[in-house]
Design a protein around this ligand. Structure first.
Ligand code: NAP
Length: 256
């Protein structure tokens, strides 16, 4: 594989960083010159990464190309490029459908959408791929795991998962702020919360056949403090409101 990136920003940088952290990894990578600083950093750090003169030069020097510009400019940027029939095109552009991208990159016949996350730089967080694509499944599988889906509807529904990071950290911050308000040193509180939530993040792996509600029930000891928090949040309508918000995010993603 000769891998190219059109748009060298946060996500491209994360993928290259993750890829080049793999032992013995020598895939040649060519990146577009924008963003200049990120492209220069990647090329300085990795001998197999080169900066192309422009976006077309990326395409001319690769067989697999990841489209990683922002959605707002993507159509304009991609329309100007000449793709080859044998190009394997991977669109990372979140809000443009595979069908539309396929139209823009003709005559390239091999087109898929992928949704990696920036934590791929640390080889974490699975990548969603649509439609199933053995070459890309192997590529992202080596980095951080892969979930292949058959259609755009599944892809869009799974994409909603990625809207919850900021709220997750706000939830942890609410606990942290409260604990500190009781006079506990910030570093102790942070260390304890981080340790406990890392352990909780591993819990589904210890019971792979159980759903999340099973774990919720397991931790909600009858009459205990977990049951109390769960009950009070439920009584406040927190989870219903949350599910409604997920629906609105989904509407936004699908343009419904
Ligand atoms: N970041 C995420 O968590 C994430 C997650 C899922 C999907 N995505 C998708 O991935 C894509 C890239 O996201 P990102 O976060 O990496 O965005 P980003 O950091 O803004 O990177 C996009 C890069 O494209 C460059 N660029 C601007 N105009 C260009 C042009 N005409 N030709 C080539 N490159 C150009 C920009 O360079 P300048 O800085 O010089 O303007 C910028 O560095 C987006 O479509 C987004 O929907 C991102």
């Amino acid at each position: 594989m000769r891998l190219g990136f059109v748009g060298t920003g946060t996500l491209s940088s994360a993928i290259v960083t993750g890829l080049k952290s793999l032992p013995g990894e020598t895939t040649p990578v060519v990146v577009s010159p924008r963003n200049e600083t990120i492209a220069a950093e990647l090329a300085a750090r990795h001998p197999d990464v080169r900066i192309a003169a422009d976006n077309q030069a990326v395409l001319d020097q690769c067989d697999t190309v990841m489209l990683a510009v922002r959605p707002q400019i993507a159509r304009e940027v991609v329309k100007e490029l000449r793709f080859r029939q044998d190009h394997h095109v991977v669109s990372l552009i979140a809000t443009i459908s595979r069908e539309e991208i396929a139209g823009l990159v003709a005559p390239a016949a091999h087109v898929c959408k992928a949704l990696p996350m920036p934590m791929i730089a640390r080889l974490q967080g699975a990548t969603i791929i649509c439609p199933p694509d053995p070459i890309m499944a192997a590529f992202f599988g080596r980095l951080s795991g892969v979930i292949e889906v058959e259609d755009q509807a599944e892809f869009d529904a799974l994409s909603v998962v990625t809207a919850n990071y900021a709220s997750y950290f706000r939830y942890l911050d609410t606990i942290h702020t409260w604990v500190r308000s009781q006079g506990v040193a910030g570093d102790k509180s942070r260390a304890y919360i981080t340790s406990i939530y890392k352990a909780l993040a591993n819990a589904p792996d210890t019971a792979p056949d159980e759903d999340f509600m099973h774990l919720s029930r397991e931790y909600a000891t009858r009459g205990g403090i977990n049951e109390q928090v769960l009950r009070e949040l439920t009584e406040h309508g927190t989870f219903e409101a949350f599910a409604e918000i997920l629906g609105r995010v989904h509407q936004r993603i699908t343009g419904a």
